[in-house]
Design a protein around this ligand. Structure first.
Ligand code: NAD
Length: 421
């Protein structure tokens, strides 16, 4: 493709199927729907151009339409080469949102797509993993002047952007949507928990009951997945590098040990650590014949695939999203989804109901950045507490759940020191 194309999707004729699935996702996104209705009237993003680098799914399509209805000119590209839903991408184009995303695109195309989305000359960026912001700060720094601010969707992206800010090189303010409570407590935990299990199940059709599952990393994603794997009857072992999190895992009832000790006993290894080479050559060496390896962290660096390649003598795709590596000693190890986040590679990513909260935060934080144009420092900022609480309230409302309010006596008690035993 050339950057002058107004879209690049696999097959535009998939648009109708995509629209139907986008409509289905919207059923479970009442908070985003409420915001979309207000945006359509108030047009808070009028005259604003937005370039978004996100997993191109039906939920993202609902966010894109919300931003468009808010008055923005939106262009979208994929935040991972293997996470695009081609029908959703085609539907977005049909809805008039230039979209650059093809499931299975190579790395060259992936970056061409980011550049094409940036050709929208954004005033706001929406990123998931910080590849778009990184491109904007390096190869497309000519476009930075027009940028008011940006948002970041995931833990790994926030880490990268904080590093950029710490080096004094961040050129516009970012709001870390990932760090909203209504994001990570639900999307990372329950979303990744369920969808990772779903992705591995769809790719392999394994029975979880009785399996020994090794979960690397007990952060928000890791604990969500560990909980769901346990619920399916698996024996779950957790590996960690942080003492407090290891302790939490132990007291949540999981076995905790170094990965090297667990490596020879695991049936399924899942890394959700957001770290590099978490599962490495020494672990491959001792793994059981038939062990399954999957990643659900942001980048495909968590499993050391080049070393796995070098230790094997043969490789074949035995099922979609399942590569069988025949090791030089004859054992077979199975790598899922090319080591890319398995919930989006082999399944549909998070259920719409959790993306409802993540993307409500996105929409409201973009509106916030426009309202506060020029006022935020060149740093990574938290989501304003008001926005976080507003999203929680809207979600509770949509679920028909009411909660108590403090009495004046309680309010006084909770803000004073005089009263004790
Ligand atoms: N699959 C998805 O859809 C999805 C959704 C949200 C986040 N993510 C990604 O998942 C990753 C984890 O996110 P999170 O919010 O849980 O982060 P987190 O920081 O809460 O948790 C990561 C945990 O991994 C641990 N860890 C780091 N290196 C380790 C190692 N070598 N061995 C064992 N443990 C190690 C850390 O101590 C930490 O407890 C990130 O890359 C994030 O961007 C993926």
């Amino acid at each position: 493709m050339t950057s002058t194309n107004s879209y690049d999707v696999k097959d535009p004729s998939l648009a109708e199927a995509g629209k139907q699935r986008i409509e289905w996702a919207s059923r479970e996104m009442p908070v985003v729907k409420t915001i979309r209705e207000r945006f359509a009237i108030e047009k808070p993003l009028s005259g604003i151009r937005i370039s978004g680098c996100l997993h191109i799914t039906t939920e993202t399509a609902n966010l894109g339409l919300t931003l468009r209805d808010g008055g923005a000119e939106v262009a979208l590209c994929a935040s991972n080469p293997l996470s695009t839903q081609d029908d959703a991408a085609a539907a977005l184009v049909d809805y008039g949102i230039p979209t650059y995303a093809i499931k299975g695109e190579d790395e060259v195309t992936y970056y061409q797509h980011i550049t094409a989305a940036l050709d929208n000359k954004p005033n706001l960026t929406v990123d998931d993993g910080a590849d778009l912001v990184t491109t904007l700060h390096t190869r497309r720094s000519d476009l930075i002047e027009g940028v008011i601010g940006g948002t970041e969707e995931t833990t790994t992206g926030v880490i990268r952007l904080r590093s950029l800010a710490n080096e004094g090189k961040l050129k516009y303010p970012i709001v870390a949507v990932n760090d909203a409570q209504t994001k990570y407590l639900f999307d990372n935990r329950y979303g990744t928990g369920q969808s990772t299990l779903d992705g591995i199940t769809r790719a392999t059709n394994v029975l979880w009951a009785g399996k020994k599952v090794i979960v690397c990393g007990y952060g928000w994603c890791g604990r969500g997945f560990a909980l769901r794997a346990k619920g399916m009857g698996a024996h779950v072992v957790v590996t960690e590098i942080e003492p407090v999190r290891a302790l939490e895992a132990a007291m949540d009832g999981f076995q905790v040990m170094p990965l090297m000790d667990a490596a020879s006993t695991g049936d399924i290894f899942v890394t959700l650590a957001g770290d590099k080479h978490v599962i490495d050559g020494d672990h491959f060496k001792v793994m059981k014949n038939g062990a399954i390896l999957a990643n659900s962290g942001h980048f495909n660096v968590e499993i050391n695939i080049p070393v796995l390649e070098s230790m094997s003598r043969n490789k074949r795709e035995i099922r979609p999203f399942v590569d069988e590596y025949e090791m030089k000693d004859g054992r077979r190890l199975y790598l899922l989804g090319e080591g890319r986040l398995i919930n989006l590679a082999a399944a549909e990513g998070h259920p719409a109901s959790v993306m409802d909260m993540s993307f409500a935060n996105q929409a409201l934080c973009l509106e916030y950045m426009v309202k506060n144009k020029g006022k935020l420092t060149l740093n990574v900022h938290p989501v304003p507490v008001d926005i976080d609480k507003h999203v929680a309230r809207l979600k509770l409302d949509s679920m028909g759940i009411k909660i108590d309010t403090l009495t004046p006596e309680q309010e006084k008690y909770l803000t004073s020191w005089q009263e004790g035993t």
